[in-house]
Design a protein around this ligand. Structure first.
Ligand code: 5GP
Ligand code: ZN
Length: 115
């Protein structure tokens, strides 16, 4: 996926502020944070979004994304206060980067709206 921004970040071709990395996932700070803590968790294997994940990822690879969200939240001290995990899928959700990713947002009381 030579033309994918997040594939380039995972490969280290574009710099990022890495938070965590394992076999299946990569986590880094969002470049335009919407909360005091705003981390993106991405699957190392490229798939455009959750709608394509069933065909492109194993269940373990998909589950690994949520496990990493929870680990990153814990490592950054968000567990006690709580946090939000957001996934945008497709045009109506205003997904801008077509590589599956989960936003981990916290560090303050978030809006009651979902996004
Ligand atoms: P989406 O709107 O697709 O759900 O989220 C894409 C996210 O990627 C946005 O929150 C945006 O700020 C973030 N983003 C876009 N380009 C870069 C980049 O080059 N580096 C980092 N760290 N985040 C980026
Ligand atoms: Zn990609």
């Amino acid at each position: 996926m030579q033309d994918c921004l997040f594939c380039k970040i995972i490969a280290g071709d574009i710099p990022s502020k890495k938070v965590y990395e394992d076999e299946n996932t990569y986590a880094f700070h969002d470049i335009a944070p919407q909360a005091p803590v705003h981390v993106l968790v991405v699957s190392k294997k490229h798939t455009p979004d959750v709608a394509h994940a069933a065909q492109d990822l194993t269940d373990a690879e998909l589950a690994a994304c949520l496990r990493t969200c929870a680990k990153v939240a814990a490592d950054l001290g968000l567990t006690e206060g709580g946090y939000r995990i957001v996934n945008n899928c497709g045009e109506n959700a205003c997904q801008t980067v077509k590589h599956i990713h989960f936003h981990v947002l916290g560090g303050e009381k978030l809006s009651e709206r979902m996004a």
